[in-house]
Ligand binder design. Structure first.
Ligand SMILES: [Mn+2]
Length: 238
């Protein structure tokens, strides 16, 4: 019989992990309230909120979501991770030709939230739109997007947007895998070095596996933004 050791956080640490927000400010506001109520019921020595990336795009209120997260960071310990959508938005600023790819994945909603008209067919129109986006983006938002880390590790847990490349040590993962990987990671059922908590691939309900936990419940389409609380070896949905 195998001796199953459940992954755990260090004594006194609590993590609230939040799935892909995708521009849904109202759902984020509701999640803030749920976390605050949970903290009021039981105080933690050290609580950190980890937002798993894809904060932007698809939903209607990317600009407000970023404002809310920046404001939240002023009074709570939070970590916002980079998702593939944040990568695309940043890339568009320097490479206007990726407009078609980004806009099709929900970037047009982000541009609209910054007061822009997301139409560009010719290369020169894409350059003009990228410049307009750069001008419309408050410096604090640009710094926020550019400065996002790609993972957060605590105790036996590893938080990341998309997943990790099987067979590669966590400390040697490539950013493109952390932000984009899908089937190769999802199909892998052997243990990783740590329990991987991730988003990126929507599921109907939080998916608890032996080696990973997917909490992307497709908020922008379902209205469900999942928040998972981890303390010790105890997992609970908030
Ligand atoms: Mn994603």
């Amino acid at each position: 019989m195998t001796n199953v050791v459940r992954p755990r956080l260090p004594e006194g640490a609590r993590v609230y992990a939040i799935g892909d927000i995708h521009g849904c400010a109202d759902l984020l506001e509701d999640t803030f309230a749920r976390i605050d109520a949970d903290r009021a019921r039981s105080a933690a020595v050290q609580a950190v909120e980890v937002y798993l990336g894809d904060l932007i795009d698809r939903g209607p209120a990317t600009r407000r979501v970023i404002d809310m997260l920046i404001e939240r960071a002023g009074r709570r310990k939070i970590v916002c991770l980079k998702g593939n959508h944040e990568e695309l938005a940043i890339r568009f600023l320097g490479s206007p030709r990726c407009f078609s790819e980004w806009s099709g994945l929900g970037g047009r909603e982000t541009l609209i939230s910054y007061g822009l008209v997301p139409v560009a067919r010719q290369p020169d129109e894409m350059v003009a739109l990228a410049n307009a986006f750069g001008a419309a983006l408050p410096p604090a938002h640009r710094n926020f997007l550019v400065g996002l880390p790609t993972f957060y590790s605590c105790g036996d847990f590893f938080f990341v947007h998309a997943g990790v490349k099987p067979g590669v040590p966590l400390e040697r993962q490539r950013e493109t895998d952390l932000l984009w990987i899908r089937q190769e990671f999802l199909d892998w059922d052997a243990p990783f070095e740590k329990m991987i908590v991730h988003g990126h691939t929507p599921v109907r309900e939080p998916d608890f596996r032996e080696n990973r936990i997917n909490i992307d419940t497709g908020a922008y389409a379902t209205g469900m933004l999942t928040c998972l609380r981890i303390e010790g070896d105890t997992l609970r949905l908030v």
